[in-house]
Design a protein. Sequence first.
Length: 214
Amino acid sequence: MRLILLGAPGAGKGTIAEIIRARLNIPTISTGNILREAILNRTKLGRVAKPYIDAGKLVPDNVIIELIKNRLSEADCKNGFILDGVPRTAAQAAALDEIGLNIDAVLMVEASDEVIERRLSGRRVCKCCGATYHLKNKPPRKENQCDSCGGALVRRADDTPEIIRDRLKVYHDKTKPLIEYYSNKDILLTVDGQKNIEETKDHVFSVLGIMERL
C-alpha cells in the first residue's frame, strides 16, 4: 500500500503513520525527520533547508521532491510506504505525479487549530536521537531527559506559539488545495485526529480497509 498523510502540523499524522507502519510493515517517509537529520549533519541540503524550517516556512519544492525521489528508490519501499509531510502544495502533488508515483490512498487527518497549538507547545524532542515526547501526554521518565539515549530534551525552534500560528497559516493558505486535488482523483479519505489512540486505530483501519485485506 502506497499512502500519503495530509494534515496540519500537530494534527496527529505521526501517530497514525506509526499505527499503519506497525500493521503493514512498510516504512514511514517523514520529510521533517530527514530534513532535521540533514540539518544536524550540516549537509548541503540541511544548510538550504534550515532557514525555512526555523521560520516555519515551506522548504522549496525542488529540494523536497529530489529528497523523496531518492528515498523511495531504496529497497525498503519496494512493498509500499507512507509519505508524511509531503506533498504540502498542489505543485508538489503534481511533481510527484510527474515522477510516476502511484498512490493508493490519501489520508486526511483533521484537528482544530486550538488542539494543534496545545499539542505542539508541549512537544519536546531529544537533541541526540530525535525521539519525541510531550510534557502532558507522553512525558519522559526523567525530566528533560530522553528515555532511549539519555539525551537532553529541547523544544523545537518551530514549536513556539508564534511560529506555530505562522505554520498553521501557511498550512491553511497553501496546503488545503491538496484536499481538492486528491478529492478529484477519488483517493481522499478523512480521519479525526482528535480521538484517543484506540479509537483512531480502529477508524484508520476501517477507512483503509486494512482489516479486510489482511
